[in-house]
Design a protein around this ligand. Structure first.
Ligand code: ZN
Length: 198
């Protein structure tokens, strides 16, 4: 694996959106090369007055829109998955889908990690509902958690789909099926991109 090339390209000063400090915000843009994701631009900001910090990364590389499909069960928990910030992750048979939003991050994980993220999201949703949760929503959520557990212990095989209009996501498994998406199909996917205002 190549070493990461980190070049600090740019340091700029900007007004702080939190404390309103005049040019107190340091904005650093750097490019980086990450396995699976190619070249990315990382923007990090920090305010020397109030301590506000934030960072964001954007893929600079675009490949053909792609869709990976893999049947997953307990034998696939260690399969590597690279999900870019523009990818949509779906477990269609479980009715689960995560679309990219403005806060989406890319990550390299494995199938188990993806299942854990879905589990966490369902548990968070239950907690958010609190005592006002309806029987129906609660039963549905518990059913999903049960199904995820069954996949993990090998009692259920289900389909995992990762679609990426910029082709920077991978299910790294010989059994994974890769298809290229047409531009029309890719355009229907949410990208979660926001414009950077500075
Ligand atoms: Zn500040």
């Amino acid at each position: 694996m190549d070493e990461n090339n980190i070049n600090t390209n740019d340091v700029m000063k900007s007004d702080c959106p939190v404390c309103g400090g005049d040019k107190t915000l340091e904005v650093i843009n750097k490019t980086d090369n990450i396995p699976y994701f190619g070249d990315i631009l990382e923007t990090s900001v920090s305010c020397k007055v109030c301590g506000y910090q934030s960072s964001d990364s954007i893929s600079l590389q675009t490949n053909d829109p792609s869709k990976y499909t893999l049947q997953i069960n307990d034998t696939k928990l260690n399969t590597r998955v690279a999900k870019s910030q523009t990818a949509t992750v779906t477990l269609p048979e479980l009715g689960l889908k995560v679309e990219p939003g403005p806060k989406s991050q890319g990550y390299v994980s494995n199938v188990e990690g993806i299942l854990n993220r879905f589990e966490d999201a369902v548990v968070r949703a239950i907690k958010l509902e609190g005592d006002s949760i309806s029987k129906e929503v609660e039963e549905n959520a518990l059913n999903i958690l049960q199904l995820i557990t069954e996949v993990k212990i090998g009692e259920l095989t289900t389909e995992l789909i990762i679609e990426d209009p910029f082709g920077n996501s991978v299910i790294d498994d010989d059994d994974a099926e890769k298809e290229l998406l047409s531009q029309e199909e890719a355009d229907k996917l949410t990208t979660g991109f926001t414009t950077i205002d500075q």
